[in-house]
Design a protein. Structure first.
Length: 429
């Protein structure tokens, strides 16, 4: 019997349709992948109220051994400064940028550690936020300062979670929530880093690297626990002095952080100006010089700050007093409060929109970024311009800029204009 043309064609139509369907499925999948943004495009993060990235794939952490070794000196320095382990700092970098040194978030946060431009000068100084080594050191300074701020504000809860949330949203957000999270994004931030942290702990151990460069772990305490602890419960009696000092708890746990920056500032007098130092206190009108202050070794510090919110006789206390005087205030009417460690003053000026320059002006704040002209590599130093000379120098006045036995005293010295990092000009002057 003769077959119809349709009967002959049907098998071929079926086979052709099947092949076409398979090609569309395969092609459609490739097209979907090509049009879906990669996870890297959504990973731009900026702390200080900028959006946090989605957690980076933790499966890549095992391959980060060479990265850890490359930046080990900076990671060790950041750990020593902040009191947090190398593994936690590495996990925070992993979350912030995925170790991409060139990344810029949609909010403008920059580099490996995702610093906002206004925050960077306070912790990175004259460094480059896109330089991984500068960024890691700045991260250590910032995390250490966040710990100090939150402890001094009596924020309860887990200290590591508090610091991580503050790194993401800024310390004020955490303080307002008494240690809690302020957004759903912020709530997920610390747990995401903790997931990475466990794997970095394993990696660091496998590499044979001490997670704490000092060899003595800095305990992670809530502020409440820190205030109840004793030095014996948080440190080894045989620990070296620097590690022992950082691990003071009880009253000293928070007080040490208030004073620590200025202990280092005793080294701020640079060699070239050494012979011009004067400790004559005839120009000293600081009103609270009779209040208790830290001793030279910082083994004992008072719990009560002066009215500028700085510990008495510290460099930041005197500088805040001078700003108060120049902004219409008095000892009974404080118009300026210290924003924190000396290192954060420049960033505070930037955030306020106040002028900064490189020429000395009487009354201006003399700002030494960390490590400049003999200032602390972690905390910097601030003083005040007392007099401007015609020979490219100026007279600086301040407190706690000299080593023992002249620590915590008023001093003046002649400084060359080019020795400082910046001059912070008083608003309205």
């Amino acid at each position: 019997m003769q077959k119809s043309a349709l009967g002959i064609a049907l098998p071929f139509i079926f086979v052709f349709g099947l092949i076409l369907s398979l090609l569309l499925v395969i092609g459609g999948g490739a097209g979907a992948n090509a049009c879906t943004p990669s996870s890297g495009n959504g990973n731009n993060n900026g702390h200080q109220n900028a959006s946090a990235p989605a957690a980076a794939p933790v499966t890549s952490i095992g391959d980060r051994g060479d990265t850890i070794k490359t930046y080990l000196p900076e990671l060790q320095e950041a750990s020593s400064i902040s009191g947090f382990p190398i593994s936690l700092i590495a996990a925070t970098i992993h979350q912030e940028s995925g170790w991409d040194p060139n990344i810029v978030s949609h909010a403008g946060a920059q580099g490996l550690a995702q610093f906002m431009p206004g925050t960077w000068p306070s912790y990175g100084g004259d460094g480059d936020p896109f330089n991984p080594r500068d960024a890691i050191r700045a991260m250590g300074r910032y995390m250490g300062d966040l710990k100090r701020i939150l402890r001094n504000s009596n924020v309860g809860g887990d200290e590591i979670d508090n610091v991580l949330r503050a790194y993401n949203a800024g310390p004020n957000a955490v303080i307002r929530q008494s240690g809690g999270w302020n957004t759903s994004e912020n709530a997920d931030y610390a747990p995401a880093i903790r997931a990475h942290w466990q794997q970095y702990q394993t990696l660091i151990k496998d590499l044979g690297i001490p997670d704490y460069p000092t060899g003595h772990e800095q305990p992670s305490l809530s502020n409440v626990a820190a205030n109840k602890a004793t030095p014996e419960s948080t440190s080894s009696a045989s620990a070296p002095a620097p590690a022992q000092a950082e691990k003071k708890s009880a009253k000293k746990a928070s007080d040490k952080d208030k004073c620590k920056e200025d202990k280092k500032n005793q080294k701020s007098s640079n060699a070239e100006n050494k012979n011009s130092v004067n400790t004559d206190n005839s120009g000293d009108d600081y009103p609270w010089k009779d209040m208790a202050h830290c001793d030279a070794a910082y083994t004992s510090c008072p719990s009560t700050p002066d009215p500028t919110n700085a510990l008495p006789r510290e460099c930041v206390a005197f500088a805040a007093w001078r700003v108060t005087q120049q902004t219409g205030g008095s000892a009974d009417n404080i118009t300026f409060h210290s924003p924190g460690n000396a290192e954060v003053w420049r960033g505070h000026w930037i955030n306020q929109g106040w002028k900064i320059g490189n020429k000395p002006v009487v009354g201006a704040i003399v700002y030494y970024s960390p490590g400049t002209a003999g200032a602390s590599a972690a905390y910097g130093h601030v003083a005040v311009v007392k007099q401007v000379n015609d020979d490219g120098t100026f007279v600086e006045e301040g407190y706690n800029g000299l080593g023992a036995p002249n620590d915590h005293q008023y001093y003046t010295r002649v400084v060359s204009n080019g020795s400082v990092s910046a001059f912070l000009y008083i608003p309205g002057h």
